[in-house]
Design a protein around this ligand. Structure first.
Ligand SMILES: [Zn+2]
Length: 504
């Protein structure tokens, strides 16, 4: 297995070096296009072009999430969300984005991010490659070649699909070791999780990438304090967990984690402090990546807390925009996920609002609740009975499941048969999500991504181009037009005729 990985990696590095040649011989061109000073240029419609672009992604943010987040924000922070405030401002341009992948109406994060980054439909699971092995040039590389800096900030592993889509080229999103190598020299600011793909790597010839990054002038940070004490070097790798950063709901409750791991807003601030010095501007992707994971888990409270963390990052970005009005900000998501929504509860739905407020009492993520159950089992020296299960869930969530609910959960927890008609929900988190949803009113359609068109908002120079119905690939066209980049990637063979959905 190890040997196979090595071969794969070598082949890939070679392939990746060949990518430029493919573009050049294909006559697609545009890479050498003169890079006019952003302040002086105007697009065909006469609007000003941005110097910087900040692309913000709340991964897996279903269309109903901002509604729930607004209420949750009032309940927990005594104020509304920045998202909602911006949504009501004259300067904000609203869009809807059709995110269908090349091979499925339901996209994954790899296809979504790559479609934004290349302007052509892509298959799920692949990072800037077509099935026939042809490699596409992502917007991150184009930004670099036109003198801009590139930053990727996320709460997932930095090698995860959404950040990778802007700056890597591999046939599978799972090749995160390779992605970590491909970032060297291409991405200036890398902040998030995923340390395991940089140091103590297994099954690859280079087990530690630190020296390779150092050679290219990167400064490393491994804790929140180290990150905050940096003197804004041009190149930063900040990795704060071996895998993904913790869910915000668990992060904030644990003083050790608070000391070790920065928030998305803090990472965004550090990234912007470094990037603002770049004379030729920058492209920065900021991802609230665990919104998606909480949706997969049907964990409504974890979802709300991570959406709050994303909202705090928007706040940081909008403060930056006040000082740097030559910045275009795009806020969107890569797909819906499990589509949470608040249902009508009680007579004339009068119980909905108060039911939703119960979510505030949930103090930990489902993963943390499962750990708690396992600890209680160890203490008791036996499996928990229904009453004990009820008590553990009550102390973790503040919600009192009735006997039937607690018993159903107990059976699912111990892999005993239980009734469930929706196959999507035939799993422990799908079930727990529904049981708690009986009390909070928030229910999910399933545990996977959905096909829904997604929300987008844009603010700043060029924002007017992001109005109305768009495709994921059309986002690339707009961004590159605004960046004076003329490079166009070739669509997959099956897509040669033209864009099939009629909107760009
Ligand atoms: Zn997902």
């Amino acid at each position: 297995m190890a040997e196979k990985n090595q071969t794969d990696r070598r082949t890939l590095l070679k392939l990746s070096a060949g990518a430029v040649a493919i573009g050049a011989t294909g006559g697609i061109g545009g890479l050498n296009a003169a890079h006019a000073s952003p302040e002086e240029t105007r697009s065909s419609t006469g609007s000003r072009k941005p110097k910087n672009i900040i692309f913000m992604v709340a991964d897996g943010m279903s269309i109903g999430v901002p509604t729930l987040a607004e209420r949750f924000s009032h309940l927990t922070r005594n104020r509304g969300t920045v998202w909602r405030r911006l949504a009501g401002e004259d300067r904000t341009v609203h869009g809807l984005v059709d995110m269908a992948a090349l091979d499925s109406l339901v996209p994954d994060s790899a296809a979504s991010s790559c479609m934004w980054a290349t302007g052509v439909p892509i298959r799920n699971g692949m990072i800037n490659m077509h099935e026939d092995g042809r490699i596409l040039t992502p917007i991150g590389h184009l930004a670099k070649r036109t003198g801009r800096a590139l930053g990727l900030v996320t709460t997932t592993r930095v090698t995860h699909a959404t950040p990778a889509g802007f700056a890597a080229q591999v046939p599978s999103r799972a090749l995160e070791d390779t992605i970590a190598e491909q970032y060297i020299g291409e991405v200036d600011i890398l902040l998030g999780g995923g340390r395991r793909h940089f140091v103590n790597r297994r099954g690859v010839d280079v087990t530690d990438l630190t020296a390779l990054y150092w050679q290219q002038g990167y400064v490393f940070a491994g804790t929140r304090d180290e990150l905050r004490n940096l003197r804004s070097p041009n190149r930063i790798v900040g990795l704060f967990d071996d895998s993904h950063l913790p869910y915000t709901i668990d992060h904030m409750r644990d003083p050790a984690l608070v000391r070790k791991v920065p928030t998305l807003a803090e990472m965004t601030e550090v990234a912007l402090r470094s990037l603002e010095k770049r004379r030729d501007g920058f492209l920065l992707q900021v991802e609230g990546g665990r919104v998606d994971h909480a949706a997969h888990a049907n964990d409504a409270a974890a979802l709300m807390h991570d959406q709050m963390a994303f909202d705090d990052a928007i706040d940081v970005v909008m403060r930056f925009v006040e000082r740097h009005p030559d910045t275009l900000v795009i806020m969107t998501t890569d797909h819906g996920n499990a589509n949470p929504g608040l249902n009508g509860m009680g007579s004339r739905y009068r119980a909905s609002t108060e039911s939703f407020a119960r979510l505030v009492g949930v103090k930990e993520s489902f993963g943390s609740i499962y750990d708690r159950i396992n600890r209680a089992m160890e203490q008791a020296g036996e499996e928990l009975d229904t009453g004990a299960m009820q008590r553990v869930l009550r102390s973790a969530t503040g919600i009192e499941l009735n006997n039937a609910e607690a018993d159903q959960f107990r059976r699912a927890f111990y892999n005993e048969p239980y009734e469930e008609a929706n196959n999507q929900h035939t799993n422990l988190h799908g079930l727990l999500g529904q049981l708690l949803g009986n009390h909070t009113g928030v229910q999910f359609t399933g545990v996977t991504h959905t096909a829904d068109w997604v929300l987008s908002m844009a603010v700043g120079p060029g924002a007017e181009h992001f109005q109305g119905m768009m495709t994921a690939a059309g986002i690339y066209d707009r961004m590159t037009d605004l960046m004076n980049i003329r490079h166009r990637n070739r669509p997959d063979r099956s897509q040669r005729e033209d864009r099939r959905r009629g909107v760009r």
